[in-house]
Design a protein around this ligand. Structure first.
Ligand code: DAK
Length: 256
């Protein structure tokens, strides 16, 4: 059985499922290599409009695989160059929805934070417990988390390694929506379906501008927004969307 399972639900939505149940979906090197390969391919697949990533009922992912890191030295960690494997996920231009049940810890929480929308089950638990095993986050935990929830909530999680509930995570801005555990995947897929019906160029521009804008000054970010906004007026889908509104019918977007 592969460490990740990839299912095309229809040609536009792809479900990526982490599949190491015996290790609470801990992200070993093999899993991350497969994830990198999968996200590179999905990024280039013109049919795919939304990706849902999930785990199982017990865990989204309980972190990087501690068994693979325990004996490593710093040069070995450097040579593993794991950031190259996170890149295809971080740079994926398609919307990513994380459907989280159970533990999303360490690298698992960081993987969820690579998503654009996070749907969590009521009993999901989030945390950055790396400090408890003598290290610190290495895939965005100090940065994406702080940007999502602010310094004081982030510091508390990072310095104590304490887990937080899905509700707390939602209240602080780390989760988009909390639903009953058994509805997580359905809700994520429902949102994915909704996104696939939106104009793909606008979807892609929104994702690009939100992510790039976060790291720019407000002035620069607003300029990025303005340029992307103007660009969309040359798309067939802008004419279709506004035409459909005026003609009181449903739009049908072609992605051009
Ligand atoms: N790694 C490896 N195995 C893990 C694991 C992990 N992170 N988490 C759980 N497992 C395994 C357990 O070893 C156990 O396997 P067996 O002993 O049965 O073979 C099985 O999953 C079930 O776990 P437990 O028996 O512990 O289950 P419990 O329900 O009692 O406890 C738990 C669940 C989630 C509270 C506990 O398993 C736990 O504390 N897990 C570790 C959580 C953690 O510390 N996560 C952070 C890991 S460090 C990098 C980027 C990022 C990172 C590193 C590098 N680069 C760019 C270089 C990230 C680092 C991390 O995430």
């Amino acid at each position: 059985m592969s460490e990740i399972l990839i299912e095309k639900l229809d040609s536009r939505v792809v479900l990526v499922k982490l599949n190491r149940p015996d290790a609470l979906n801990a992200l070993n090197i093999k899993t991350r290599q497969l994830l990198a390969k999968c996200f590179s391919a999905l990024s280039e697949d013109k049919e795919v409009r939304c990706i849902v990533i999930t785990g199982n009922a017990s865990a989204f992912a309980a972190g990087a695989d501690i068994k693979e890191m325990a004996g490593a030295g710093s040069i070995e960690m450097l040579l593993r160059n794991m950031n190259l494997l996170w890149k295809p996920v971080a740079e994926c231009p398609k919307p990513i929805i994380a459907a989280v049940n159970g533990y999303a810890l360490g690298g698992g929480c960081e993987l969820a934070m690579h998503a654009d929308i996070i749907i969590a089950g009521e009993n999901a638990k989030f945390g950055q417990p790396e400090i408890r095993v003598g290290i610190m986050p290495g895939a965005g935990g100090t940065q994406r988390l702080t940007r999502a929830v602010g310094k004081y909530k982030a510091m508390k999680m990072l310095l104590t390694g304490e887990m937080i509930s899905a509700r707390e995570a939602c209240d602080m801005g780390l989760v988009s929506e909390v639903v009953p555990d058994d509805e997580v995947l359905n809700r994520a897929l429902q949102l994915a379906k909704k996104i696939t019906l939106m104009p793909p160029l606008a979807v892609a521009q929104i994702k690009e501008v939100v992510l790039a804008g976060q790291d720019a000054s407000l002035e620069t970010a607003l300029m990025l927004e303005r340029k992307a906004f103007q660009l969309l007026f040359d798309s067939e889908d802008q004419k279709e969307g506004m035409g459909a509104f005026l003609e009181k019918r449903k739009p049908s977007y072609c992605g051009r």
